[in-house]
Ligand binder design. Structure first.
Ligand code: AVI
Length: 319
């Protein structure tokens, strides 16, 4: 007999391509030129990001998963069962697997900007956890949004991977405040935060030897070529990640190797030789700095877990 297909509830709150065009053209018109890292995550970009997570230099993912495995029972004990569990930037939904059996949530809502990847990951999860009520929402949570599903119960948000580090501290505070309203008074937020550390470890993690991070960064230009009818010459730009100590962040850039003019949907952009497009920030925090930021958004710290090498932290916060 055929097994029933696992089903997920899917909702699309993603902005239109028209909005993306206006945003990209404004970003490339600014000085210095920038592009939002949220555009990394098309199908190919999400696959490349999954490869980054396996790189020897990229300690982030394996350290966080190690912490979740080591402290999962304690975390689940502090959060309690039967919550509505919302995961922000769920990607391939790998990390949540380490918590589901201990947490036994009433429902799981995966939220991500990458639509096909989100639907695939949520469907695989629903297959493996047949007792779980799985929802998926395609959303850009850098802009105001609301949960399109009426789910009753205590809400817990899971925001892994230090993804909040891709926003400036001001934006991060705004997103945390919004998350507080989403989970409500007494709701929990379990969030992964990458820690400040020596420059060589950080720069290696974002300039890996195999060039996967470079391919991930350049895929942004391929995407604009494909989806916005741009004509970036991928061979005429190179990737580099640099630690900015004053801002406590890793910056990813694409540097133009020559003087050149690029067209994006009919708009022309001039590049000087050596001029960069700043494509991503990845802020690194100390435990205290992040606790203070969370406190400014109305969260109290319940507990913080660190690995032995103090590379990464997981904070349990209560709103
Ligand atoms: C998703 N985000 C937390 C990653 C980071 O480490 O900032 C994105 C990334 N960029 C380059 N490598 C990984």
């Amino acid at each position: 007999a055929m097994l029933p297909e696992p089903t997920i509830e899917f909702y699309d709150l993603h902005p239109s391509m028209g909005d993306i065009r206006a945003d990209v053209i404004a970003a490339l018109s600014s000085s210095p030129k920038v592009l939002s890292p949220k555009y990394f995550y098309d199908q190919r970009g999400s696959q490349l990001f999954d490869q980054i997570c396996e790189l020897p230099e990229y300690y982030v993912t394996r350290t966080e998963i190690g912490l979740l495995e080591q402290h999962g029972e304690e975390i689940a004990g502090l959060i309690g069962k039967n919550a509505i569990l919302l995961e922000l930037g769920s990607g391939s939904s790998i990390k949540i697997r380490t918590l589901l059996n201990a947490l036994k949530p009433k429902a799981y809502v995966a939220l991500d900007i990458s639509k096909e990847h989100l639907i695939n990951a949520a469907t695989l999860l629903a297959e493996d956890f047949d007792w779980l009520d799985v929802h998926a929402v395609c959303v850009d949570f850098s802009t105001p949004w609301q949960l399109p599903i009426p789910l009753e119960g205590k809400r817990t948000a899971f925001f892994p991977g230090s993804s909040i580090g891709n926003f400036t501290p001001d934006e991060a505070a705004r997103i945390l405040t919004q998350l507080g309203h989403l989970i409500g008074k007494g709701g929990d937020l379990l969030i992964g935060i990458d820690l400040k550390k020596d420059v060589s470890t950080l720069e290696s993690a974002y300039n890996d030897a195999q060039g996967i991070t470079a391919a991930f960064n350049k895929n942004l230009l391929s995407r604009l070529n494909r989806e916005l009818d741009a004509n970036f010459d991928l061979g005429a730009f190179h990737h580099e990640s640099i630690w900015n100590d004053a801002e406590s962040r890793i910056e990813m850039h694409l540097f133009s190797d020559t003087e050149q003019i690029v067209s994006v949907d009919g708009e022309l952009f001039r590049f000087r030789a050596g001029e960069s497009i700043h494509t991503e920030n990845s802020y690194k925090y100390t435990v205290t700095d992040f606790s203070d930021l969370a406190a400014s958004a109305g969260f109290k710290s319940v507990k913080v877990w660190l690995d032995d090498n103090q590379l990464f932290s997981i904070h349990l916060l209560r709103f």
